[in-house]
Design a protein around this ligand. Sequence first.
Ligand code: CP
Ligand code: NVA
Length: 309
Amino acid sequence: MKNFINLKDISTTDLRKILNDAKKRKEKRKKLSTLEFDKDQPLKGKLLIQMYEKPSSRTRLSFHIAINQLGANSITVKASELHLGKGDESIADTAKILSTYGDGFLLRTDSDKKIEDFSKSLKIPIINLLSPSSHPCQVLSDIFTVEEIKKKPISKLNICWIGDCNNVLNSLIAASVKFKFNLNIACPKNYRPPNFVMEWVKKNKGKINIFNDPKKAAKNADVVFSDKVFSLNDKGNKAKKIKDFKNYRVNSKLMKFTRPNSIFLHCLPRGNEVSEEVFLGKHSRVWQQALNRVHVQKSIMLYSFGKLG
Ligand code: CP
Ligand code: NVA
């Protein structure tokens, strides 16, 4: 059994195996409808327990479908309805109970420490469905989408991020080191990635450039990523932060600096950080991006259960 908590802690070989498996599985079920099983039903008989401490549309639904396609079953619990959230049951006892009834635990949380604490007491794999510091399922799936559309390894492409240095960007930074791709980041000076992140990048020979000017970051980009300015776990003054990012909006003018066949990706939900014209325009692949979460998350679960092809 293997946890899937942070891309930094997973080998490139394993990440590549997940992507290859997802590609094969997606290809094989082209003619099947949403809830038809993959032929091999590799997780038949298993129960996956999902828990959300924060809202989710895509992650919740895509995992529900993914779990069903693998032949397993899922139950989603709300943190506020468990003794853990409302009462005083400890994480250790909750983890023991989850391990007794379930085969895997999928957690979206407002605390990285909670994932760590759960992982210490669980006897089943845990998958991170978004934490304050990372969103590994989203980003691995996005790498899949980029390579599917561009038909080449991501290491041969220029990737650009315009906006906040948040959980999704942290995972993209980890991915840029693992898959060795160029990553240009544009953000205001006061919002740059923290030193410990950049030190990790340097130590691991990452290729990351940080710009104040979004036009410079977007120049010759093959892929432009953006995400909302104020994340689920953000605290502080929302209006001020949004104002600080007013020059970091992805619009048609900015997209002109990218390569002619560049694509725009956004994990959703969106805010004002991208114009309607770009979000719904010719560069955008956001719906394909959302759908691919189903395929990649299946292979992430198979990785966790030691069942990758
Ligand atoms: N992109 C993403 O994780 O969306 P949800 O918050 O709706 O799950
Ligand atoms: N950065 C965003 C991602 C949402 C899927 C957040 O954490 O709210």
